[in-house]
Design a protein around this ligand. Structure first.
Ligand SMILES: [Zn+2]
Length: 113
């Protein structure tokens, strides 16, 4: 499942950032173009971290909208589907502004050890 591999990637990043501390909460930004369902991510997270030092740590997902900018008319289009076409002029010469994020934005670590 797609979300499982995303969660494994998140756990790996968070593990390095935690540097052995006990993590209570992991906050992530997930771009819409990654087509991950936040609820599914949270569910997969619990499975992925089961039996690891991250067991019990919560995952908080913030979804980042998928936005493209047209090179032809400079119009910006927010994408529901990963169809990379300008909403104004139909051009496919576009740049992705946001939506590919997979960022661990912050960790909350336990203060009592
Ligand atoms: Zn355009």
């Amino acid at each position: 499942m797609h979300e499982v591999s995303l969660c494994s990637a998140i756990a790996k990043i968070a593990q390095q950032a935690a540097a052995g501390r006990t993590v209570e909460l992991v906050r992530v930004d997930i771009g819409h173009l990654r087509q991950a369902v936040p609820d599914t991510l949270v569910h997969c997270w619990e499975m992925v971290v089961f039996g690891t030092p991250f067991e019990g740590a919560r995952l908080e997902v913030r979804e980042v909208a998928g936005v493209i900018e047209c090179r032809n008319c400079q119009g910006r289009t927010e994408l529901d589907e990963p169809i990379f076409r300008c909403g104004s002029c139909g051009s496919t010469a576009i740049d992705v502004v946001s939506g590919n994020e997979l960022l661990v934005t912050s960790l909350e670590v336990s203060t009592d050890g």
